[in-house]
Design a protein around this ligand. Structure first.
Ligand code: ZN
Ligand code: ZN
Length: 233
């Protein structure tokens, strides 16, 4: 299923140059999966079996209800709730079985079909990125012109590169990714420092420069983009 619905090329998100390319990829994939699940796939038995077993997180339930109809959401929930009745609450007088069902419920409450698929797709996109960096000169230029990688994606990218590249290539790649990210991080930190300094009475009436949204930009760097309407203020 993954191959058929998630075909967002890495170069597309790298061309945008608007924030972290992998966060942008995640957003596109999340929308794509939510549309797919609440669209034609809602009646697809293989998809239904998979979503029944894993469920959805709070954020993706909310995305599915924004994107899909109430009937689509209800049909998905109907079989998911039945799965929980059958697998987490089946009759049992056996304490071990009751405990094991409760553990199953705990896992279910924490897992998400969209998160799992998106993570897998982003992992593959990172592998492609790492490979293209050394193979394709124009992609390398595109990579080097990114505004920044968020903390999580920078770390995942370095981990991915380490599993694919030989030492010399790894160092070159890691140096480039670090340079981009560290440059952004230093500017961001400078903006936060400037913002703080503007509350000093000696700077009263001074210029906030680029620091007014430094709190929001720091949160995006640390946690990824915030959904519209969520508490970003
Ligand atoms: Zn990111
Ligand atoms: Zn999720």
């Amino acid at each position: 299923m993954k191959q058929t619905i998630c075909t967002i090329p890495v170069s597309d998100v790298f061309t945008e140059k608007n924030g972290c390319p992998f966060c942008n990829l995640r957003k596109k994939l999340e929308t794509s999966y939510a549309q797919y699940i609440t669209g034609d796939a809602k009646m697809e038995p293989t998809v239904r079996i998979a979503t029944n077993k894993v469920g959805f997180c709070k954020e993706h339930f909310s995305l599915m209800s924004q994107i899909g109809s109430r009937l689509s959401n209800a049909l998905i929930l109907e079989s998911h709730l039945q799965y929980i009745i059958d697998n987490c609450f089946s009759d049992s007088q056996n304490p071990k079985a009751i405990k094991s069902q409760a553990l199953h419920g705990e896992t279910l409450a924490k897992s998400c079909f969209i998160c799992e698929n998106v993570d897998e797709d982003v992992k593959r996109a990172m592998e492609t990125t790492v490979k293209l960096f050394h193979k394709d000169e124009s992609f390398k230029k595109l990579f080097l012109s990114q505004p920044f990688f968020c903390l999580e994606d920078f770390s995942l990218l370095i981990k991915t590169a380490d599993t694919i590249l030989k030492k010399k290539e790894f160092i070159e790649f890691a140096d480039s990714a670090r340079e981009i990210t560290l440059k952004y991080l230093r500017e961001l930190k400078g903006d936060v420092t400037h913002f703080c300094s503007m509350f000093d009475y000696r700077n009263a009436g001074g210029d906030f420069k680029n620091s007014k949204d430094s709190i929001e930009r720091s949160r995006v760097f640390l946690c990824g983009p915030f959904e519209q309407g969520s508490s970003s203020d």
